[in-house]
Design a protein around this ligand. Sequence first.
Ligand code: UDP
Length: 476
Amino acid sequence: MESSKPHAILLASPGLGHLIPVLELAKRLVTHHGFRVTVFAIAASASPAESQSLGSAASSKLLHVVELPPADISSLVDADAAVFTRIVVMMRETIPSFRAAISAMKFPPSLMIVDFFGFEALEIPEFDMPKYTFVPSNACLLALTLYVATLDVEVKGEYVDRAEPLQLPGCKPVRPEDVVDPMLDRRNQQYLEYMRMGVGITKADGILLNTWEDLEPTTLKALRDHKVMAQFAKVPIYPVGPLTRPVGKEEARSELLDWLDLQPADSVIYVSFGSGGTHSSEQLAELAWGLELSQQRFIWVVRPPIENDPSGSFFTTGKGRGEHPSDYLPEGFLTRTKNVGVVVPLWAPQVEILSHPSVRGFLSHCGWGSTLESILSGVPMVAWPLYAEQRLNATMLTEELGIAVRPEVLPTKRVVRKEEIEKMVRKVMEENHSRERVKEVMNSGERALRKGGSSYNSLSQAASTAISFHKSTGAP
Ligand code: UDP
């Protein structure tokens, strides 16, 4: 009986890197833990790719999807406000409609899970039920987010100007240049919003993370140790990842996969910068030349250049400006590379491409979703971080996990030249160490998700609180 099932409501925030893991978390609650689930997403922000993800989730009949009406934030943020600020404000302004939608629900919810950008929804007073924050990224980001208010007091001046790494109790030190975007300028509104987030996300009964025990044992231990990080978040930590979109149905097959079928095994590098990554015209040209010099087969998802704004396409994912790649790539590039590579404007079916046997490497912006997809496909990476927490991810991938190579200097600080690009691409395509390592990490991620694995058990534990609550309300 539907009414006898506990009902979980999940609030996603804008951006595919948030929506996809929320939908996967929702599906696991349905299929493994017997929940009825409603996912709330914000219609205002939906790019074509997000609408498609929501549409296929709704048509799967596993979940109920509710698109909340657009909140007008134009008078609340500056025209040039950072992506981070825009998302937090949009989530804040969506709370009234979220609240109204919950009150009108036929099946009262017994569990609320809120993407960390929507942390203020955790404080809606009238809804008494277990509430969790969901961080669609890793434990390292969570540790920094929880500790930023302390750093604010301890550190003088801009974080990026420091010579010494930032020390987080019990965690790996954070290099000043790796701090998340909201910490780049302490006078910017996004820094204040980020500090509020660090406190707000702890007003939950627990924090779910898109990572797993064996991937980040040191940071997870610190987050649970009351003498170190747990003093900043006195709530249980549940690593429930890696949550990624599964490979889609065969009938939705793209022509790119037909092209991949014709290429030799392990011969193609996939190049993509997530849903928002953009480059300057100069960098885009160097990338084209670097790929050409590497003489490797490639699929490259390109967007028109935007100067000085690495996340410039974040809110327009999959929407074009009408240009053809030949308008902005170096003259003759498309003709010269037509036998070895495919250039795709704006968007490509990433999970399907990464899991194709012809793909051997991934030049990526290191968004956490892309990172997990690469790991679960056993594909080593060239780490090219651009925005958000991607610099932290890139350092983890190269220095801790040994599954990626990266440019010597951060790509956002200077133009990466074609010779360096050629060298990195060749390296990831030719050497075996990172490939063997990524397969080991892939196996550990798969183990964590299986029945009885650490992430499976962790989600069961979090779900059991909601199931007990559901029973205590007198539900059959
Ligand atoms: N994605 C895709 N095709 C593209 C670009 C991105 O399918 O051309 C998907 C990708 O597979 C991932 C998500 O969009 O699941 C991007 O999330 P991620 O966390 O990597 O980065 P973000 O876009 O949030 O920066």
